[in-house]
Each structure stands twice: as C-alpha cells, then as structure tokens.
Design a protein around this ligand. Sequence first.
Ligand SMILES: O=C(O)CNC(=O)[C@H](CS)NC(=O)CCC(=O)C(=O)O
Length: 280
Amino acid sequence: MTLRAGLIQLNSSDDPVANLPRTQGLIAQAVGQGAKFVATPEVTNVLSTSRSHQKSVLQHEEQDQTLATLRKQAADLGIWLLIGSIGLLTEDTDGRFANRSFLIDPQGKIKARYDKIHMFDVQVTESETYRESDGYRPGETATLAETPFGTVGMSICYDMRFPHLYRQLAQAGATILTAPAAFSPVTGAAHWHSLLRARAIENGCFVIAPAQTGDHDIRKGKPRSTYGHSLVVDPWGEVLLDAGAEEGAYVVDLDLGQVEVARKRVPSLSHDRPFRLDRG
Ligand SMILES: O=C(O)CNC(=O)[C@H](CS)NC(=O)CCC(=O)C(=O)O
C-alpha cells in the first residue's frame, strides 16, 4: 500500500489570525497534489518569543480557532491531518501552556492528542538560550494512534533527542513516527538529519518531520529563526524528502510495505535484551 503524505513547511508569525489562512492554503495545495495524510509543524498557530504575548493570543483547546478550523478542513477534504502542535492555555494554576499535537481523522474528530514531554531548556550559543519549561507544562504520556496506513507514534521536536521514547512507541506497534519541529538553525545544521535518520533506522519506522523555517515575523519579543528542512525518512534510513528552506507544501509517496522489509533485513527491534550495568 502506498500513502501519499503531505508536509507543510511554515514560516509562522506570532499572529495566529494571519497564520491560519496561509496554513489552510498550503494544506489545500498538498491535498490538490493527492496527499491523503497531511502534517504541519510545531506551533502551527503561533510562533512567539514573548510569554506575555502568548498569554494574550493563546486560547484554551475548546476555544482555539486554529484547531476548530483545521478540524473542519480535514473533514471537508476527507484527509488525516497531524497538526504538529498548537500552543494552548491550560487549567494549570501556574499558568503554563500546553505544546499539544493533534491527530485529526477524515471526519474531523480528534483521534489523539499528545503534549510534548521533553522541554527545550538549552543554551545553544552564548547569545541564544531557550527556556521552554518557563512557558510550557511538559506532558507525561506517550501516545499512539491507529490509522488505516499504520500506527502513528507521536512526538514533538526536542523529543527526538530521547531515543527511548521512540523505542517504546515502536515496541508498542508504531510504524510511522511523527516529529513536528521548530528547530534552532545551529543545532539543526549539526544534528537534525542524523537524529531523524537514526530514529527511523533503529526502529524500522517512517519518520515524518514537518518543520518551521526561516526568519519569523515576530511583532512582540525577540527575533527568532528556525532551521526548516522538513524531512521524511524511510525505515531503511533513506531521506525521501528534504524540503530545504522555503515555506510550502511538499508531497511524497510512502511504500508502507518498507516497514516489514527493513525489519526483516535487520530485526534489531526484536533483539532488545535486558542487561546489568557494571561500574567495574
Ligand atoms: O516555543 C515555542 O514557541 C515552540 N517550541 C519550540 O520552538 C521548541 C522549544 S523552544 N523548540 C525546540 O524544541 C527546538 C529543539 C532544538 O532545536 C534542538 O533539539 O536542537
């Protein structure tokens, strides 16, 4: 079985009202090119560097216009849609947001939701520091969802540096791993392709990683750039799609039988063994 997948590479601003029609247009383009499963990047609704701005524009899940509109679009087009993530207000007393990924079915229903587990609290260079956990409350639940084209294991961005998450997802049946991202340009150039190819190879899974790209239009807060290079990797580790730097809709055909082929050639997923740690 072949699945035509669409990846939406975005250059989101910090204005959710401006971002939404662009995103809808690119989803329609991918579907116009035959995509049956479309995936968008992390923070599809708002890419912001200001907590106070986020507080003023983010919504609770029930009120969020990006979620409601894209659910309707998925239903109208009859497609599966991974909304890489939406920044949302939560009920938390500490006021932290959720960085939440949604898998939407062709009826527009929410099939699965996943809150990013690992927070990007990292000093990337002397002048570039991220403190994701200041604004976001980390999730505590790994998430799988059944689709007609396989079992999808969900993750977001920085999660891709934690291989045991994907191991568990693959051991539990995942054949497609999603890793929507807003990667930093510095770490992206150094690590992006290697991390994603490794996750695909070691688990015998397709990896689908739609990304934010370019210099973002940030009205409130510090400027921000992201790495782009939305990627699709097959279970043997071959890069089937690298979107480069431009915003756009990209489609690629996945031969789903390749999961079984790769796992037959190198069955490492079934060779995990317990071991002790000896400090000598
Ligand atoms: O804060 C937002 O608006 C949305 N979230 C992000 O952009 C997150 C946290 S700052 N980015 C990453 O996880 C990049 C990881 C990365 O670049 C790496 O692992 O090297």
